[in-house]
Design a protein around this ligand. Structure first.
Ligand SMILES: *[C@@H]1O[C@H](CO)[C@@H](O)[C@H](O)[C@H]1NC(C)=O
Ligand SMILES: *[C@@H]1O[C@H](CO)[C@@H](O)[C@H](O)[C@H]1NC(C)=O
Ligand SMILES: *[C@@H]1O[C@H](CO)[C@@H](O)[C@H](O)[C@H]1NC(C)=O
Ligand SMILES: *[C@@H]1O[C@H](CO)[C@@H](O)[C@H](O)[C@H]1NC(C)=O
Length: 411
């Protein structure tokens, strides 16, 4: 009878976390939960029509609406047209980067601006995307104006405050500024138009060459890109010095094509959604999958770590190269070896893997990033650690996700 007591039910954790998170999401203003919708707010201000249009097209509006304590630096149609021209008319990705730079991760109103004594640095959504360049500096200028600029070296305060359009303490502010905030390289964002070049730039030259050498595969990727595609691109290190990695140059053409198709999933699956794995594992169809589910790959998430289990071995999902709905390009630390092709492949280690490098690895020949150690050994060890902490962490991840869903639906 005793001993049957369940550990904390996931639902309870969800509720708890939601309660904890609630004060952060609900601003302190005017009683009742403050909720903002930048799109509908700007709809009432036709002078920001172009800005609003691009907020919607780039979906940056969703990021703004999902967060409390946010300040939008908006541009009237004239200034926004300048930004669009600077980005190059066709570059929605560049405009998105700029709009994220104009969305400050803090509440700033005129009262707070007036209280400035020194130049202040504030984070933006641009930085939240994982780039250190996205800081904006704010200062009271000698002219008496409030200046806004990129915090990058040498940036001048070309933009000044025109007026406060909306101030809801401490949740949501909309400030009009006179000119776009830009810096060298702001619009230099990965471009999905040329997939092989994108892969080369991301340190996946070997994979890019394989894709370029198999036009049918590239075509299949491009066809899937229209509706949803996530590419798991092995980085260049994945092809060398990993026990058991096949020599792709010696593979039969059909098998190689299958292998390349196996590295693509016909759905938009950015890392945050891969992390939301129920019960710790989820099968995904790849472009190589058969109706019977052969050539599926299994996502395994543990806290912030996401791996793909092929049935032969696991590969860690490393970096996000591009995350532009409906296309996502992620790098993986090792080649994905489907069990259907490599069931007989020598396993990396039946016993704990030896610390020495494999005999056939070109020792000391790799100049690029020797620090990038294989995650294999760690993965195999970690597999045996059935820690409660890990379980709790994944419950936490699910709870946080549920919270965001709940809050998104409130907005
Ligand atoms: C915000 O407002 C726009 C326009 O009124 C609407 O289309 C959109 O669904 C709203 N967003 C949310 C999250 O409610
Ligand atoms: C300036 O930025 C810091 C963080 O870097 C913050 O703690 C401080 O409150 C800011 N000052 C003002 C006046 O907002
Ligand atoms: C894509 O970029 C590669 C170089 O990385 C180039 O060889 C190829 O011609 C480009 N393809 C197109 C369609 O521009
Ligand atoms: C393959 O993946 C799909 C999509 O997640 C799933 O519905 C199916 O059950 C999987 N099949 C196998 C055999 O794992």
């Amino acid at each position: 009878m005793a001993g049957e007591r369940p550990v904390v039910a996931p639902g309870v954790v969800v509720l708890l976390l939601c309660c904890l998170a609630a004060p952060m999401v609900r601003g302190g203003g005017g009683g009742g939960g403050v909720q903002h919708n930048i799109t509908s707010f700007l709809n009432g201000h036709p002078e920001y029509k172009l800005y609003n249009k691009y907020l919607t097209e780039t979906r940056v509006c969703d990021e703004i609406n999902a967060r409390a304590a946010v300040t939008c630096l908006v541009l009237n149609d004239g200034a926004m047209a300048t930004l669009v021209a600077d980005a190059g008319e066709s570059s929605l990705a560049g405009i998105k980067a700029a709009l994220r730079l104009h969305s400050l991760l803090d509440y700033w109103d005129t009262k707070k601006l007036r209280s400035l004594t020194t130049t202040n640095l504030t984070d933006t959504f641009f930085q939240a995307a994982g780039d250190a360049m996205g800081t904006v500096k704010i200062a009271k200028l000698d002219s008496g104006d409030f200046g806004f600029a990129s915090a990058n070296k040498g940036a001048k305060f070309d933009a000044t405050l025109v007026k406060a359009v909306k101030q809801t303490p401490y949740d949501f502010a909309v400030l009009e500024i006179s000119a776009p905030i830009e810096f060298d390289g702001l619009f230099d964002v990965p471009d999905a138009a040329n997939l092989t070049r994108l892969l080369e730039k991301a340190g996946c030259k070997r994979f890019a060459a394989l894709v370029a050498g198999n036009p049918g595969v590239l075509k299949a990727y491009q066809a899937a890109m229209a509706t949803g595609l996530t590419l798991f691109a092995p980085n260049d290190d994945a092809f060398v010095a990993k026990a058991g990695t096949p020599d792709v140059g010696k593979m039969e053409k059909d098998d190689l094509v299958r292998l390349l198709m196996y590295h693509a999933v016909p759905a938009y699956e950015p890392k945050p959604s891969l992390k939301l794995v129920k019960a710790g594992a989820r099968p995904l169809r790849t472009l190589a999958s058969t109706a019977a589910g052969e050539y599926n790959v299994t996502v395994v998430a543990r806290g912030d770590d996401v791996s793909l289990d092929t049935g032969v071995r696991k590969s860690r999902v490393a970096a996000t190269v591009l995350d532009e709905v409906p296309l996502c390009v992620l790098t993986v630390d090792s080649l994905l070896m489907p069990v259907e092709l490599f069931a007989d492949a020598p396993m990396p280690a039946p016993a704990p893997a030896p610390a020495m490098a494999p005999a056939d690895a070109p020792l000391g020949s790799s100049s690029s990033s020797p620090a990038d150690a294989p995650s294999e050994v760690a993965d195999h060890k970690a597999k045996h650690v059935k820690s409660t902490a890990a379980a709790l962490r994944s419950i936490g991840a699910v709870a946080v996700a549920l919270c965001s869903v709940v809050f998104a639906s409130l907005l």
